[in-house]
Design a protein. Structure first.
Lengths: 169, 124, 93
């Protein structure tokens, strides 16, 4: 039982705070009481030496395992299961447009001026600045050439098989 | 207000050469805000195409590499970039030779917009 | 396999005045960064190189210099790669 959790632990930790479609709306009473209980069943028993877990606890623990496994299985078959009806789609689209219109906002949406060209004081100073030195030109040209050459040489080294057969007896 | 946002998105669209559309949808592919170039293929904006991303991002988040953020699909003539901003999805359609890195850098500029659009979706 | 690319970048970064360098591919995706440079700049760098190349379609691969009072950014494009070098400005002679 314990090993069921291993691979998914980090993942759920990294998703920690954000609410998404996989966050459970109803908090599981068992896991709520013992947040660290995701370890294994032995821990579970040793933490409550006096009381054998009740039947309902066991049931919900089992269903939790089932649910967790279901969320961790990569389910390709589910990919084309869900589609919106045409009218539903139109309705919702209209709804969003209305809400956007109603929504007030404090922020003004604009990008900074598209032009970089602005007046500067003393343009002659900038215009009289020395051009790019030959050393710098050589430096970047050399780097570009080398990088371009290195990219042409770039090959993927094949080390392992792409398809690995699972050892199913 | 909504007009302002639309204009903002349109300006972003024009910033990148060969970027054909920026589409902000909910996870069912229903558009909330969009900026479209008339060269954009209609097929790429259909909801059943867009919803596939919502599924794919959910499933690929299970590969043990953390939550999936962006999926880039390269086709022979187009590229589609989709970003997971659930409850919103950010979709970009561009020609295959378009500057992918430049499109990705638009993310930062669109991010502030999303906060406001989320309000429109969450209430549902 | 990517060693030669990394070597190019670190050799450049060890040069005088160079703060950082970025290498991007044609799609503006970052292939490597060394020193003080941002990964996310690769897209914009490639876009700049592409736009500037359009100014003079007959001559190939212009070198672009963006500069402020203290620093310079050099950009150049080749067939497969675009490179940017960030460096301090040369003192005025």
């Amino acid at each position: 039982m314990g090993c069921c959790w291993g691979s998914c632990k980090e993942d759920s930790a990294s998703q920690g705070g954000d609410t998404n479609e996989r966050t459970h709306l109803l908090v599981d009473p068992v896991s709520n009481n013992t947040p660290a209980q995701r370890a294994n069943s032995d821990d579970f028993i040793s933490r409550y030496p006096n009381s054998i877990p009740k039947k309902t606890d066991e049931q919900s623990a089992l269903s939790r395992i089932l649910q967790e496994t279901a969320t961790n299985v990569i389910d390709v078959a589910a990919l084309d299961s869900h589609n919106l009806e045409q009218h539903e789609y139109k309705e919702r689209s209209k709804q969003y447009q209305q809400r956007l219109l109603m929504q007030g906002s404090s922020q003004r949406w604009h990008l900074s001026a598209p032009s970089l060209l602005i007046d500067i004081p003393m343009p002659e100073k900038v215009l009289a600045a020395p051009p790019l030195s030959y050393a710098d030109m050589d430096m970047i040209s050399l780097l570009v050439q080398n990088a371009n050459f290195a990219l042409e040489e770039l090959k993927v080294e094949h080390r392992e098989d792409l398809v690995v057969p699972f050892r199913i007896p | 207000m909504a007009e302002d946002m639309k204009k903002y998105l349109k300006q972003l669209l024009l910033r990148v050469d060969n970027l054909l559309c920026i589409l902000i949808t909910d996870r069912d592919g229903v558009p909330i805000l969009k900026a479209v170039n008339d060269k954009c293929p209609e097929l790429a904006m259909r909801p059943n195409f867009l919803t596939t991303f919502a599924m794919a991002t959910d499933q690929s988040s299970k590969l043990g590499q953390g939550r999936n953020k962006t999926i880039i699909c390269m086709y022979s003539s187009y590229q589609v970039i989709q970003m997971n901003k659930l409850p919103l999805i950010l979709n970009f359609v561009a020609t295959a030779d378009c500057n992918t890195g430049h499109i990705l850098s638009l993310e930062n500029l669109i991010e502030p917009l999303l906060g406001e659009l989320k309000g429109a979706v969450i209430e549902s | 396999m990517e060693k030669s690319i990394e070597r190019c970048l670190s050799e450049t970064c060890s040069m005088d005045g160079v703060i950082g360098s970025v290498l991007a591919d044609q799609q503006g995706l970052c292939l490597g960064v060394k020193g003080k440079a941002s990964i996310s700049s690769s897209g914009v760098i490639t876009a700049i190189a592409d736009q500037v190349a359009k100014l003079e379609p007959a001559s190939k691969n212009p070198i672009i210099v963006l500069e402020n009072d203290t620093n310079q950014c050099l950009i150049q494009r080749a067939d497969r790669a675009t490179v940017a070098i960030f460096k301090t400005s040369n003192p005025v002679n």
